[in-house]
Every structure is written in C-alpha cells, then in structure tokens.
Write a protein that binds this ligand. Structure first.
Ligand code: NDP
Ligand code: AKG
Ligand code: MG
Length: 477
C-alpha cells in the first residue's frame, strides 16, 4: 500500500538529496539536476482566499507535526508567508506582488492555498498567472483511494491514476477578446480576409478566444509523464484529446505525444496499435493482410490506397520493433494509447482500471481532475503540484477552490492541502514525514473521524471541524 502511495506521489524524476548543512535555508538545484534540501528549508506559502486561512492553519499544523515526529527537531520547515489574492490586495494594493513571485523563484519549492478568480470580468486567474510566470508546465494530480472514503462508484479502489495536465497553454492561457471590443473587431476582419469568419455564427457580437497548443509544450509535458510512468512502474499512459474536432491543437497534441514517445523512449514503450500488431504476430498471424484485418475490422471496405497504407504500417512495425518488442516482449513495456476526451469522462468511471497515467491539455485536465476526485471521496482530498521538471521550481496546491460559502467557519476538509504538502515533503526527500501523513490519513478516515464532506456520506461517522481533523491527524501519527 505504502509503496503505491509513495510512487503516486513522487513528483520529479530527480532523486532528492538531503544536504548536510544544518543552517542552509534555500532549497537549490545542483548542476546535475539534484534537489539540494537543507535541514531547515525556507518554504514560501500563500494562505489563500475564502476557506484558505482555515485550511492553511490545519495544514501547517499537520506538516510541522509530521516533520517533528519523523526527525525530532533535526529538520524543520521555516515557513515564509507570501501574499497573493485578497489579502495581498488589502495590504499592498496588488493582487500578485512581485515579491511573491521572487520568493517562489528564489526558494524553488513552495505551497499555496486556493485563490479566487471572478467569473466573466475582473482580474484574470492568479493561479494561472503563477504557473505561467514560473513556467510550471506540469500540473500533476494523483488520484487514489483511501479505504473507507465515501464514493459514488462501486469500486473506488480501482482508481489509481495520475493526471499530467499541461499547465501553460491551451484556451486556459487566457488569450481572449471581449465581444465588440476593438481587438475582437480587428481579429474578425483578419479572419474575414482569410475567408474563415463565415464559420463564426454571429461574428459582430462574438467574444473570441485563442487556443495555443505547441509542439514544445506538448513534448515536454508528455516526456515528463512518460518518465514518471517508467520510473514508477506504471503500466500505461493515455493521451487524452479532442483531436477529432480540434485537429490542429488537440489532434496535434496526440500526434506530437506519440512522436515524443516513439522518438525518445523507443526501447521502453509500445503504442497500443503496435501492441495489437505484435500480439497478432505472437498468435501466429504472419500474413500482413490478415494482421490488417484484425486491427481494422473495416479493412475489406477500405479503398486500395487505405489498405496499402495500413499494410505498410503493419510491415513497418514488424520490421522496426519485431525483434525488440515481439514474442511477448511488448507486454513488459509501457503502453502508450490515446482516447478522445468525451468518452474518456465515461471510461474513467466505467473502466477505471484501464487508466494509469493520463497526459492531457490544460482544460481537459482541469475537468478530469475534479471528475476523478469525485470517485475517490471528492475535492476535499484531491492534492496536486505544479512543476517545471527542468528548473526544479514547484508550487503545490489543492485541486479545489476557495469554497467561499464556508470561509472562516473552520469547517471544510483540509485534506487536499495536507496531501499536497505530503507530495511536497516527498519531493524534498522527506519521505518519513510524508509516510506519516499518509498512514495517519488512512487511520483517521478508517476511524470515521472526518470533516462534514465525508461525515454526511458515512454511517456512524464523527463530525470534526477543519482544525480538529488536523489535530486528529497529528494524534494518529
Ligand atoms: N487552484 C485554485 O486556487 C483554484 C481556485 N478556484 C477558484 O475558487 C473559487 C470558487 O470556485 P468553485 O467553483 O466554487 O469551487 P470550489 O472548489 O471552491 O468549491 C466547490 C464545492 O466543492 C466542495 N469543496 C471545495 N473545497 C472543499 C474542501 N476543502 N472540503 C470539502 N469540500 C470542498 C464544496 O462542496 P459542497 O457545497 O458540496 O459542500 C464547495 O461548495 C472560484 O473563484 C474559482 O476560480 C477554483 C479551483 C482551483
Ligand atoms: O484559477 C482558478 O481560479 C481556477 C483554476 C482551476 O480550476 C484549476 O487549476 O484546477
Ligand atoms: Mg479546476
């Protein structure tokens, strides 16, 4: 159990090394990409808006408690509060002060509570701004089940997925033009000049958004996801896209994703289609046409040109990897496959076991992470981390938002930020403290001592406040 959890939460591929100096205070990255963690690292945190302050208090208490219990005073986090959101605006007149960005840049690893983003007008998302400013291109959200957690599905224990969500591109990048603004008018004129404005039903009153998806952005995300899958012994990686409709953005994501898989990880991966071809060969189907008929049931209805293309694909696969991946060897490789986003939202529910690591674009990843969280107890225990796998910068944060209706009631589940902190500790190499948190979460939930979100769905559970749940976690360590 623990090793599975540990694997699910290992964020960066570099093995963190604990530096010996007792009084060093910045986490740094060595020239060969190793995280250097002093015994008293300064870790910047943003408390967050809405329920953020309640959650942060409980989370800091648990994180400090775990570190104290694991290392008995030899290690300690030096928390550094940095401002963002409503508190920052009240105190400085700025929503995201430069000093906050500087601190996350300087100290490399940090954590944050949720920040409010108004709908329609008002400021753009500070959460997205932080990810973009630090180029935290991976949003990693592990989704796993704790025994006893109430769930709307029959077999929540089948859910053990890790989402790699691209974090800097897509329609989420916020390149938008308000309806009837000068920019929207100019863009419509440009589209008219290219003959494509007719695809917009009401061009004069349309707001417009731009969806950048690049080869570089896709490749680095998929590369990180494959490395993670390989290092953590995962069985498959699914590229989730809506490439049938958005061909040059989501479709390109799929194509570039497969490309990076095949070009950079040839020996360790097999694509799903390749596995079918090699599987047929293993079953004694040596005739290329018969192999084509098995992998494409509509083969006989295809045009000559289509059939030839398919025959070439089958022959090329056998020639290229028959020796290295054939005779069942492909079964020991990471399977790289893809699914279209809409059906994926059904299949993660109905066939959870088929999904292991998921790599997807920003908006799909946003939707998927909340939907998947629901299967394993909801957004109250859904952790995450935003990271740049090259610079080592990482900011950990919950999947949920500010839940403003519960602000200052000491009510909500602090589990998501606590488990985000657990990911952070593991990322720092403080695995003993991280393990204490996971074990204690297991025990506290099994004891049915939980916050309102679980209590309302569990028979015979004892209702705890946010702060009380934090205290129970430390007590159970
Ligand atoms: N990374 C970030 O900082 C994020 C920020 N946001 C922002 O947060 C604001 C509010 O967003 P909203 O869409 O309402 O989503 P929220 O995630 O804030 O809340 C929606 C519902 O989820 C449940 N929930 C949320 N947090 C917890 C928790 N800790 N424990 C238990 N249940 C919880 C509650 O459900 P119930 O009512 O059933 O009790 C709550 O009403 C928006 O401004 C949004 O932009 C949103 C997502 C991420
Ligand atoms: O930035 C926000 O307000 C919402 C972000 C969000 O929902 C997410 O990143 O999951
Ligand atoms: Mg979200």
């Amino acid at each position: 159990m623990l090793s599975r959890v540990a694997a699910a939460s290992t964020l960066l591929r570099r093995v963190p090394a604990v530096a010996s100096g007792r009084h060093a205070s910045s986490i740094t990255l060595s020239a060969d990409g190793q995280l250097q963690v002093p015994n008293d690292p300064i870790i910047p945190f943003i408390e967050g808006d809405g329920t953020g302050p309640d959650i942060w208090k409980a989370s800091q208490y648990v994180l400090d408690g775990a570190v104290e219990k694991a290392y008995g005073g030899d290690r300690k986090i030096e928390w550094l509060e940095v401002l963002a959101g409503e508190k920052a605006f009240r105190q400085t007149g700025e929503w995201l002060p430069a000093a906050t960005l500087d601190a996350y840049r300087q100290y490399l690893v940090g954590i944050k509570g949720p920040l409010t983003t108004p709908v329609s007008g008002g400021i753009r998302s500070l959460n997205v701004a932080l990810r973009q400013e630090l180029d935290l291109y991976v949003c990693l959200r592990p989704v796993r089940y704790f025994k006893g957690v109430p769930s709307p599905v029959k077999k929540p224990e089948d859910v053990d997925m890790v989402i790699f969500r691209e974090n800097t591109e897509d329609i989420y990048a916020g390149i938008e033009f308000e309806a009837e603004s000068q920019e929207a008018k100019e863009l419509v004129s440009f589209l008219e000049s290219k003959g494509v404005a007719k695809k917009i039903r009401f061009p004069n009153s349309a707001g417009l958004g731009i969806k950048p998806v690049s080869r570089e952005g896709t490749s680095r995300l998929v590369e990180a996801a494959i490395e993670y899958a390989l290092e953590n012994g995962r069985k498959n990686l699914t590229l989730v896209h809506k490439g049938n409709i958005m061909k040059f953005t989501e479709g390109a994501f799929k194509a570039w994703g497969y490309q990076v898989a095949v070009e950079k990880f040839r020996d360790q991966i097999v694509t799903e289609r390749e596995s079918w071809i090699l599987g047929n060969l293993d079953d004694g189907i040596t005739d290329v046409v018969q192999n084509c008929q098995k992998i494409e049931p509509g083969y006989d209805m295809m045009t000559d040109g289509q059939q030839q293309t398919l025959q070439k694909e089958v022959s090329d696969v056998i020639k290229a990897i028959g020796a290295t991946h054939g005779k069942g060897q492909w079964k020991n490789k990471l399977i790289v496959k893809d699914t279209i986003a809409d059906i994926t939202l059904q299949q993660v529910l109905t066939r959870a076991k088929d999904f292991d690591v998921i790599a997807t674009m920003n908006l799909n990843g946003d939707y998927l992470s909340d939907a998947l969280a629901a299967q394993v107890g909801g957004i109250g225990i859904a952790p995450g981390g935003n990271a740049n796998f090259k610079t080592g910068h990482a900011i950990f944060e919950a999947t949920h938002g500010t839940a403003p209706k519960y602000a200052n009631l000491d009510k909500v589940n602090p589990g998501s930020v606590i488990l985000s902190g657990e990911m952070m500790l593991r990322h720092m190499g403080w695995t003993e403290a991280a393990d204490l948190i996971i074990n204690s979460m297991d025990k506290t939930i099994a004891d049915k001592t939980v916050t309102y979100d679980f209590e309302r769905l569990m028979d015979g559970a004892k209702l705890l406040k946010c702060s009380e749940f934090g205290k129970a976690l430390v007590k159970n360590m």
